[in-house]
Design a protein around this ligand. Structure first.
Ligand code: NAD
Length: 232
C-alpha cells in the first residue's frame, strides 16, 4: 500500500442503497409499468415530457429525505485524510457523497438537485418540482429539464476522468453493476495502465472478472473496513 499515491473510486447506486434509495436493478427496473430505461432517454422526454418530469420530481423529492450512510462517511474520511490524489467519480445523481462530507467528487451522470435550461444552457440549483414548467432563473424561459445524463447522452467531464484513470495506482469500484458504459469500462482502462483494482459490491457484478480482488458484502461494512486498512 505504501506505493499508492493516486486513487480513483467509482461509485454506483449500491453505495446509496442502504440510505433507502433504490438501485436501478433493485427496483426491478420498473416504474409505473415503464422500464427505467424508457424514462431515462431523450426520446422518452420528447415523447412524454410529463411522465419523465414526474419521475424525476419524485426521485428529487425522495433523495432529500434520505441521509448519507457509513459508506459515504468512510469515503469522506478518506477524502479528508488522504494526502495523495483522490477522485470519487460517481454515477449517482444523489448528493449523499457531498452531504457525507466528501469534496473531491465528480458527478459523471449529472445531479438531481440541478436543473438544466435547454434554452440558455445554464445549470441552476433546483430542489422543487419541474412538472409545472417553472421559468429558468437565468433567462426566464420555461425550458428546464433534469440535469441528468440520460441513456444515449454523453457523460460529463470524461477527459478529467480518463486523466485521473491514467495516473491511478489504485482503482476501486463500489456498488455498481458494471452494466452501464462507459463507467463499466473504467476498470480496464485503469488496469491496462498498471493500477491495482478492487471491487466492493453486494454480489458479483458483470465486471467482477476484471478486478484483481472482489470483496462481497454491504457497502456500509466493506467501505469503512477498506478505508481503515488503507489509512492504517
Ligand atoms: P445498478 O442499479 O445497475 O447496480 C447497483 C449495484 O449495487 C448492483 O451490482 C448491486 O448488487 C449493488 N448493491 C446493491 N445494494 C448494495 C449494498 N448495500 N452495498 C453494496 N452494493 C450494493 O446501479 P449502477 O451500477 O450505479 O448503474 C445504473 C445507473 O443508475 C447509473 O447510471 C446511475 O446514474 C443510476 N442510478 C443512480 C441512483 C442514485 O443516484 N442513488 C439510483 C439508481 C440509479
Amino acid at each position: 500500500m505504501a506505493a499508492i499515491q493516486n486513487i480513483v473510486i467509482l461509485t454506483g447506486a449500491g453505495i446509496s442503497a442502504e440510505s433507502g434509495i433504490d438501485t436501478f436493478r433493485g427496483a426491478g427496473g420498473l416504474w409505473e409499468n415503464h422500464r427505467v430505461e424508457d424514462v431515462a432517454t431523450p426520446e422518452a422526454f420528447a415523447r412524454d415530457p410529463d411522465l419523465v418530469l414526474r419521475f424525476y420530481d419524485m426521485r428529487r423529492a425522495a433523495i432529500q429525505t434520505r441521509e448519507p450512510n457509513a459508506a459515504h462517511a468512510a469515503l469522506a474520511r478518506l477524502d479528508r485524510e488522504w494526502r495523495g490524489n483522490l477522485l470519487i467519480v460517481t454515477q449517482n445523481v444523489d448528493d449523499l457523497h457531498e452531504r457525507g462530507g466528501a469534496r473531491r467528487v465528480l458527478h459523471m451522470h449529472g445531479e438531481h438537485l440541478n436543473a438544466w435550461c435547454t434554452a440558455c444552457d445554464a445549470r441552476s440549483r433546483w430542489t422543487g418540482p419541474l412538472i409545472d414548467r417553472p421559468p429558468c432563473p437565468v433567462c426566464g424561459t420555461p425550458a428546464l429539464r433534469p440535469d441528468i445524463v440520460w441513456f444515449g447522452e454523453m457523460p460529463y467531464r470524461m477527459e478529467e476522468i480518463y486523466d485521473a484513470l491514467r495516473a491511478a495506482d489504485l482503482f476501486v469500484s463500489i456498488g455498481t453493476s458494471g452494466a452501464v458504459y462507459p463507467a463499466a469500462g473504467f476498470v480496464r482502462n485503469a488496469r491496462d495502465l498498471g493500477a491495482a483494482t478492487l471491487e466492493l459490491n453486494l454480489e458479483r457484478s458483470q465486471g467482477s472478472g476484471w478486478f484483481d480482488e472482489s470483496r462481497l458484502g454491504p457497502a456500509t461494512e466493506l467501505v469503512p473496513a477498506w478505508v481503515g486498512e488503507l489509512l492504517g
